[in-house]
Design a binder for this molecule. Structure first.
Ligand code: PEP
Ligand code: MG
Length: 596
């Protein structure tokens, strides 16, 4: 079936890393293997155990060899996963219990290991904690490696990948990913995984398009099949016909042209024709994204989400590790500033050490600042890391999910404690470090006037503000049609926050996705926001519109929008006006970033 030129299917997955690529599939066999079940005679037991131990040793040797061969800095950062795998190879439960089963039931090593893995998987399935579920996949990666070594089926030689291929796998362990010759990998697609799975994070930091969570893609693709990956929309097309290939080649050409064209705006000042300045910040999750942010014209980091430092690992990030990371950001973005948002985890995403119960309403549960205040030691370690790094550049601290003044005061008190400690230890930090509150809960927006006197700046998190104000779960596709950034209630809320902030003399920015949509720029400009922070990729585009607009026309547009009574009316009105004003930017058949 390979190489047939017909449309076999269009699959929808999770867009993990942006970009469009067309290439041939390279199938990585990481599926579950058929396990031979064989009884053995008592005299063979010792030899069987020896064979099993040899497979363990070979597996360890292979992992150590992978570690040695890797030199790229961005890849080395993921080494701890290899260490976790090595640790499993020494794990009593896995190794000793398998040996016991070989001995007691007199069966072959593969069968015995399969029984133990089955038990471990059942045990993992009863656990809610996301981190532990990740560990389940690590146990299975390790088991697959041992099986391959037992059965002598060898490994796909990932290091020998040639050409320009799209790697197709059920799942890729970081060990798999980092041993590939990444110069020959044009894209990744996997059956499982989400936006924060290792493959997704690694592919984003390496700039390789990826779609994950495709469920059964490995059973639908043969090695050598022609594939199109659309990493913007999360689509994969298998064996497209010529017309579709051409459509995507054209789409990619258009996006590249647009990107190249808008990139010209990256370094130009972010100001309107009538001289109104609005700062463009970048939202980043990885230090590796800094060069990209700067290239796209970011005038600072408006939001550094620190969650990734804490998740998918067994231990907690130390103060030193955090300090080093924040310092790299402070130095990398200098002379501009970076806003470090303190930990925003919760719901079903806690650092491994904290086994909180599953909550019925995680979005309304122990999230973000509530979690940090409940775990002050953990919070203080992060704040000390941020403070220490503030001696190396301009950093600001941002508290997420503030619902009222007591949370701000409590958080600031812990910050003061951290400052006091550092002072006592003679460690330098920026004593005047600015402190901000994310305004993303309606109660905070309503009391913005009093809250504004407690902090140095506001950052509006529209992703959550819309979710909580309109009671729309931001992850639920059944109600996504109600997720309306231009709902009259949202416009009034943002306007109220900006006015309250300005009356108190503090700056107000937006760091939610709403800031990245070029269609909304005039509305936000009209409201008088001081900063918009977004995924770096979107900055030049927003700047392009801004530089051809005036504050006066933005105010007029906002006034008109304010008079309308429904989200749909406002949306239609704004989009129509924007298409009239900027026909080249808003009348393409598809959205400029590749989405339909
Ligand atoms: C937001 O809620 O708008 C925001 C920027 O934060 P996050 O998306 O990380 O919740
Ligand atoms: Mg938020």
């Amino acid at each position: 079936m390979a190489n047939q030129q017909f449309i076999k299917g269009v699959l929808k997955g999770i867009a993990a890393s942006s970009g469009i690529v067309i290439g041939r599939a390279f199938l990585v066999h990481r599926g579950k293997m058929r396990i031979l079940q064989k009884a053995i005679d008592p005299p063979q037991v010792a030899a069987e155990i020896k064979r099993f131990k040899r497979a363990i040793e070979r597996s360890k040797h292979q992992l150590l060899e992978i570690k040695e061969k890797i030199t790229a800095e961005e890849v080395r950062r993921h080494f701890f996963i290899l260490d976790v795998h090595l640790m499993f190879l020494d794990d009593t439960m896995l190794i000793q219990d398998t040996i016991e089963v070989i001995k007691n039931r007199r069966i072959n090593a593969e069968w015995a290991l399969d029984i133990i893995i089955g038990k471990l998987n059942t045990a993992f399935d009863t656990i809610e904690d996301e981190y532990l579920r990740e560990r389940k996949s690590d146990v299975n990666y390790v088991a697959q490696r041992i099986f391959r070594n037992l059965m002598g089926s060898g490994h796909d030689d990932l290091a020998k990948i040639k050409g320009n291929v799209i790697v197709v796998a059920h799942d890729l362990s970081p060990a798999d990913t980092i041993q590939m010759n990444l110069n020959h990998v044009a894209g990744f697609i996997t059956d499982i995984g989400g936006r924060v799975s290792h493959t997704a994070i690694l592919s984003r930091s390496l700039g390789i398009p990826a779609v994950v969570g495709l469920q059964t893609v490995t059973s639908m693709i043969n090695g050598g099949d022609l594939l199109i990956i659309d990493g913007y929309g999360g689509t994969v097309i298998i064996n497209p016909d010529e017309a579709i290939s051409e459509e995507y080649i054209e789409k990619r050409k258009q996006i590249r042209l647009l990107e190249r064209e808008v990139l010209k705006y990256a370094t130009l000042p972010s100001e309107t024709r009538d001289g109104y300045r609005i700062k463009m910040g970048a939202n980043i999750e990885l230090v590796e994204e800094l060069p990209l942010a700067i290239r796209h014209g970011a005038e600072g980091i408006g939001l550094y989400r620190t969650e990734i430092l804490y998740l998918n690992r067994e231990d907690l990030p130390s103060e030193e590790e955090q300090f080093q990371t924040y310092r790299r950001i402070a130095e990398g973005i200098a002379p501009n500033s970076a806003v470090i948002r303190t930990l925003d985890v919760g719901g079903d995403k806690f650092p491994s050490k904290y086994g909180y119960d599953h909550e019925a309403n995680p979005a309304l549960g122990l999230r973000a600042i509530r979690f940090s205040i409940k775990e002050p030691q953990l919070f203080k370690i992060q704040l000390r890391g941020i403070l220490r790094a503030s001696a190396f550049g301009k950093l600001k601290v941002l508290f997420p999910m503030i619902s009222g003044i007591p949370e701000v005061r409590k958080s600031k008190a812990i910050l003061e404690e951290a400052k006091g400690e550092l002072m006592g230890e003679g460690i330098p930090f920026d004593e005047g470090i600015e402190v901000g509150a994310m305004i993303e809960i309606p109660s905070a927006s309503i009391i913005a006037d009093t809250l504004a006197h407690e902090v140095d700046f506001f950052s509006i998190g529209t992703n959550d503000l819309i979710q909580y104000a309109l009671a729309i779960d931001r992850t639920n596709e059944h109600v996504s049609y109600l997720y309306e950034p231009l709902h009259p209630a949202i416009l009034r809320m943002i306007m109220g926050i900006v006015e309250a902030g300005h009356r108190a003399g503090i700056e107000v920015g937006i760091c939610g996705e709403m800031a990245a949509d070029p269609a909304y720029i005039l509305i936000l400009l009209g409201m008088g926001l001081d900063e918009l922070s977004m995924t770096p990729f979107y900055i030049p585009r927003v700047k392009k519109i801004l530089r051809r607009s005036s504050y006066e026309e933005a105010k007029q547009l906002l006034d008109e929008a304010y008079r309308l009574s429904t989200a749909a009316e406002i949306e239609d009105y704004v989009k129509k006006k924007m298409a009239e004003r900027f026909p080249d930017d808003f009348t393409l058949g598809y959205h400029w970033d590749g989405t339909a």
